[in-house]
Write a protein that binds this ligand. Sequence first.
Ligand SMILES: NC(=O)C1=CN([C@@H]2O[C@H](COP(=O)(O)OP(=O)(O)OC[C@H]3O[C@@H](n4cnc5c(N)ncnc54)[C@H](OP(=O)(O)O)[C@@H]3O)[C@@H](O)[C@H]2O)C=CC1
Ligand SMILES: CC(=O)N[C@@H](CCC(=O)OP(=O)(O)O)C(=O)O
Length: 343
Amino acid sequence: MIKAGIVGGTGYTGVELLRLLAMHPQVDVQVVTSRAEKGLRVDAVYPNLRGFNDLCFVAPVVENLTACDVVFFATPNATAMTMAKELLAADVKLIDLSADFRLKDVTVWEKWYGAKHACPELLEQAVYGLPETNRELIKHADLVANPGCYPTATQLGFLPLLKANVIESSMLIADAKSGVSGAGRSASVVGLMSESGESFKAYGVPGHRHLPEISQELSQLSASPVSLTFTPHLVPMIRGIHATLYAPLKETGINLQDLFETFYADEPFVDVLPSGAHPDTGDVRGTNRCQIAVHQPQGGQVVTVLSVIDNLVKGASGQAVHNMNIMFGLDEKTGLDQVGLYP
Ligand SMILES: NC(=O)C1=CN([C@@H]2O[C@H](COP(=O)(O)OP(=O)(O)OC[C@H]3O[C@@H](n4cnc5c(N)ncnc54)[C@H](OP(=O)(O)O)[C@@H]3O)[C@@H](O)[C@H]2O)C=CC1
Ligand SMILES: CC(=O)N[C@@H](CCC(=O)OP(=O)(O)O)C(=O)O
């Protein structure tokens, strides 16, 4: 059994990790941290875990985690980087759900995250954990930077088109919408029912911190430079991301459906829907799946890709478990092969 620890076990992605790992046949969660709930039983704070977890929350300190084989950081940005070096030195593999190790250039990271990076020397060895692009590197990684939720939905939609070099990579548009759980569990005015219910707004239009992440990763796959306009929106739902992606086609006679189906034929967690489909976030809720549809409206010059995920699963904790399966040589679907909730 793989001995796992979770730092930040009371947040939305931490609790989602606890749910997914409770159903994983080869993982034993041995440590779960929380500063606020330290000493309390996990299943007293989260009764949905009764019968699946008899641990108590402990403090997030290195000494509590060094006996683990793998530690997941489900913590705010700038937290994992304060403990990563010591844990790696103790032979613990790390999967960070935050953005601490996603960007390769420390000056770019410090600009977008507004903090000083505590261990820029680890950025080089960190592997960006999008299995669909980095599977071979993830197999041998000790430190995995789990992708952001918007970047996951966006990259998976653009990837087949960029790899096939059939779109103008300097004119990409990503119009993405997220449910409110994307903002985490901390209390905030924007998360109030009376603020986000029955209402819909864009935010981060001048620049969102996921822009450099998406640009960095897509640039590595593209034959020509990538330029992206990215607009996130907050929608009144709890889970889910819907990304509507646009790009000009270099030519119009391409069989886009065939291109996407072939590209993702062997991917366990990317499901290309039949021609003409309109994916629904409700169909991937609670699953590690990304469902994608590709359209060419009126047979014109622009390709429109629709990409949906559950932000807490494929956009965070499910993808983290997928990465763990790859790092430990398990069948990639272990613990993740589930049918979504409906409705
Ligand atoms: N929500 C989402 O859809 C997604 C989130 N992410 C990323 O995953 C990470 C976690 O997100 P989410 O679960 O939403 O966040 P939450 O705000 O819901 O939870 C944060 C958790 O971290 C703990 N924590 C906070 N500060 C510290 C600290 N300094 N040291 C140790 N533990 C700390 C908190 O517990 P306590 O304070 O009690 O210690 C809590 O358990 C973030 O970096 C987020 O950006 C990535 C993709 C999607
Ligand atoms: C709806 C909402 O607020 N979403 C968050 C992004 C989700 C996330 O957690 O992103 P990181 O992992 O990169 O921090 C936001 O826009 O800040």
